[in-house]
Design a protein around this ligand. Structure first.
Ligand code: FE2
Length: 317
């Protein structure tokens, strides 16, 4: 059965959608019964090469050097900072747009329901995300989806066309990388912090671009470098529980496990314009904002690895 699952990519073209559904269910129920088989499969999927990248991007020498540095740090520790990724002028244009969008999002949050929901902002082209609880946790978010047609505002189009962000993922995974969406995020003081988590079990990474200086007081992201390497060891339950029970339930380890890891926390402080690239299979969390605010952009990137193609077939999001 494991071999059939590993080879499923080759069969996909021949299968009707009904057959695909049946096969997904058959594979899933087999793997749900056997956590060990799932963990072995997950590991083996890393060794299958992705489809070759058709068109190479080209960059000047200085940029190529920085791209190589960032992707190799990401490989080693799961996180890397690219200082001055954007100029002051660009940051100021993005900040204006972020505040406009987030103010609209905040107004909407006041009338939002207790359940998480998404509200389309037709004026600005973004969509607000959250629930009443977001007001309590001090977190406002709104996102721009990637789509073929142009967005109305040029800073957003420029973000979507910045191939440096994609190239980091290409170098990291040796696979095609694509932006799913950009999120503007504002964190204001509250006494509630996020819990340690991984984002999911698909290969993916994020770029967080700081729009204002972030010191320890503004609630920087906290990150456990190279904790991804413990997913088949001390953090072993996470991969399987996320597969079997979904991300909300499966991606959050017990706090006591984190304390026992003995990994020093990396605090993502920095200067407006810095970009922090991180592999979301490493443990991270938002910390508490004590004063001022943390304003930033988070780019969500997917990659076309063989592992992702098989996991998506198995119903993993
Ligand atoms: Fe996260």
């Amino acid at each position: 059965m494991i071999q059939d699952i590993l080879n499923v990519r080759e069969k996909l073209k021949e299968l009707s959608s009904d057959n695909k559904k049946g096969l997904t269910e058959e594979f899933r129920s087999f793997l749900i019964k056997s956590p060990q088989d799932f963990n072995n499969l997950y590991k083996e999927l890393e060794n299958i090469p992705a489809d070759p990248i058709r068109e190479a991007y080209s960059f000047d020498d200085a940029t190529s050097l920085e791209l190589n540095r960032v992707s190799s740090e990401l490989k080693d520790s799961g996180i890397s900072v690219w200082p001055k990724f954007y100029s002051k002028e660009k940051i100021s244009a993005l900040k204006n747009l972020a505040n406009k969008c987030l103010n609209n999002a905040q107004t909407w949050l006041k009338s939002a329901s207790d359940e998480f929901s998404i509200h389309k902002d037709n004026e600005l082209g973004c969509e607000h995300m959250g629930s009443k609880d977001s007001l309590r946790t001090g977190r406002t978010r709104t996102r721009f989806l990637s789509k073929r047609s142009e967005h109305n505002n040029s800073p957003v189009n420029e973000l979507f066309s910045d191939l440096r962000i994609n190239q980091v993922g290409r170098l990291l995974y040796d696979a095609h990388a694509f932006k799913s969406y950009f999120l503007f995020e504002r964190l204001v003081p509250s006494n509630i912090s996020d819990s340690w988590h991984i984002d999911g079990i698909l290969d993916q990474y994020k770029a967080m671009i700081l729009l204002e200086d972030v010191s320890e007081k503004q609630g920087p992201m906290f990150f456990k470098p190279n904790s991804k390497s413990l997913l088949d060891n001390k953090l072993k339950p996470l991969l399987y529980t996320t597969f079997a029970h979904g991300r909300n339930w499966g991606c959050y380890p017990y706090k006591s496990i984190i304390d026992d890891l003995g990994i020093q926390t990396f605090k993502c402080t920095g200067t407006a314009g810095d970009a922090i690239f991180f592999d979301t299979l490493n443990l991270h969390r938002g910390s508490i904002c004590k004063s001022g605010q943390r304003l930033g952009i988070v780019a969500y990137l997917g990659v076309e690895t063989a592992r992702n193609q098989v996991l998506r077939f198995l119903g993993v999001e």
